[in-house]
Design a protein around this ligand. Structure first.
Ligand code: PLP
Length: 424
């Protein structure tokens, strides 16, 4: 008997069957892509009306001519709409540019080059800078750290957010730890939702660095996949209550609400941080694209309008996530070869396979014409020490393509998994 409880003969026959399935899969000559979490064309179609807005109505509610320079903070009427979803008072919320990732990148650069409120010096003048990186996490957060020589310290994720015992210990002991990346709702890639307790502890924990910042990337604030509208605790308010009002940097965007790359991005924080960011921002811009902001305000109308629009998005996405769940369940449940998340929102399913198998599964899938996000991408420097996490992005392919791709992935998981168990 092997440690799975299966005899070697049984495992061998499972492996042989998996080999046959895999050979049949390769023979189909597929060309499918499950890599990046992009909206599908039908999702983009939902916002098509944006392309004919604002027409010749280019004056904002406060009389601003949106065709001209100025208004560094962004249009008040759009900031009002997103204040609720992003849990930032409109007066402390900026609408800038079209990408929250750019804002996160720039916030890091500005913190390196200009003294943050509460900081003793610029980050670049310090000997060592480190960020806590809950894993699995978002590869582009890690890429920003890598780009600027910021050390990354992995922290395990739980279903309720990062392991706070580990976080509290690391921030308390080490003044070089200046930040943490958080995707608090429907996290990328594991769909985790931060519990109220985790939010409270993040806001209240003592940190050795006086200029510690939480990079609160609320990318999926309104991206529900079930009828349940999941809410999280308000980090900005919790930081203020705990006497650390400057701790939170909140980010968000409409990339996966309207158009990816042609939406609007937001930054929210304390009055002091907003002033700091605006002072830096004033050096790089004479004002944001208010025409785009105006058309978004006209299109979405109010917070209820955002939620209504996201219902239409859900109608397109939910069947895809249900298909992933069904195919993974039918092919892998009870095998002991994998576990996976069933997110209530967001854009990803995280598949955990046997240790040492993720890279090989991704390689075999590629051989069969199924492109997956590189194994390891969910960890700093692309290094998943257990080589066990694979991120599935179901949004972009059609339902039929997605079903084929996930079924193919299941065949690869079974093949590599049984080979691994037999070799053990
Ligand atoms: N943050 C997270 C967690 C994401 O998953 C993504 C895109 O996948 C982004 C940010 C990118 O946001 P934006 O398009 O606003 O730059």
């Amino acid at each position: 008997m092997t440690n799975t409880g299966l005899s070697k003969d049984t495992l061998t026959s499972y492996r042989d069957l998996a080999r046959q399935d895999y050979q049949a899969l390769v023979a189909r000559g597929l060309s499918l892509d499950l890599t990046r979490g992009k909206p599908a064309p039908e999702q983009l179609d939902l916002s098509q009306e944006l392309l004919s807005l604002p027409g010749d109505q280019h004056t904002a509610a406060d009389g601003t001519d949106c065709r001209n320079y100025g208004g560094l903070q962004g249009l008040p009427e759009l900031r009002e709409i997103f204040a609720g979803p992003l849990q930032v008072p409109a007066g402390q919320l900026l609408a800038i540019g079209s990408s929250s990732l750019e804002l996160m990148h720039d916030a890091v650069v500005q913190a390196l080059l200009s003294v943050l409120p509460g900081a003793a010096s610029r980050w670049v003048d310090e000997e060592r800078i480190a960020f806590l990186c809950p894993v699995p996490g978002y590869d582009r957060h890690f890429a920003i750290c890598e780009r600027f020589g910021i050390e990354m310290i992995p922290v395990p994720m739980t279903a309720e957010g990062p392991d706070m015992d580990v976080v509290e210990r690391l921030v308390a002991d080490d003044p070089a730890v200046k930040g943490i990346w958080c995707v608090p709702k429907y996290s990328n890639p594991d769909g985790a939702v931060y519990s109220d307790e985790v939010v409270r502890r993040l806001a209240e924990m003592p940190t050795a660095a006086p200029d510690f910042r939480i990079f609160w990337d609320n990318a999926y604030a309104v991206h529900h996949l079930t009828e349940e509208v999941v809410e999280i605790a308000d980090l900005l308010a919790a930081c203020e209550r705990s006497g650390r009002p400057d701790r939170a940097f909140v980010f968000g965007s409409t990339s996966k609400v309207t158009f990816a790359g042609a939406g609007v991005a937001f930054f929210g924080s304390s009055a002091a941080n907003v002033k700091w960011l605006l002072a830096n921002q004033a050096k790089r811009s004479i004002g944001p694209d208010k025409v785009n902001q105006l058309r978004h305000a006209r299109f979405l109308q109010d917070e209820a309008g955002v939620l209504k629009h996201m219902e239409r998005q859900r109608a397109l996405l939910q069947p895809k996530f249900e298909a992933v769940e069904r195919i993974l369940h039918d092919g892998l449940a009870g095998t002991g070869l994998a576990a996976w998340t069933t997110p209530k929102g967001g854009y990803f399913v995280s598949l955990e396979v046997l240790d040492g198998c993720a890279k090989e599964i991704v390689r075999r899938a590629a051989e069969a014409g199924i492109a997956l996000t590189p194994a390891g991408a969910t960890h700093p420097l692309g290094d998943d020490p257990r080589d066990a996490v694979i991120r599935i992005a179901p949004s972009y392919p059609s339902l039929a393509e997605l079903e084929q791709a996930v079924a193919g992935l299941v065949a690869c998981v079974r093949l590599v998994g049984y080979e691994k168990l037999l070799a053990a």
